[in-house]
Design a protein. Structure first.
Length: 56
């Protein structure tokens, strides 16, 4: 850890941006937990019913 208490404003801003970008990269590459078959079927059924009601 680095103490930024005595650093200038630019160093604080840069470190804040770097940490934010690092969190975005980690979030992008993090695996999404798999859904079980029942949840996938319910989501598919909802999408199909919305499509049918849209095209009526």
């Amino acid at each position: 850890m680095i103490e930024l208490g005595n650093s200038g404003g630019v160093a604080r801003i840069a470190s804040f941006i770097v940490v934010g970008l690092l969190l975005l990269v980690v979030g992008y590459f993090a695996p999404i937990p798999p859904k079980n078959k029942l949840q996938q079927q319910k989501i598919g059924d909802r999408l199909e019913s919305k499509e049918r009601s849209f095209f009526r």
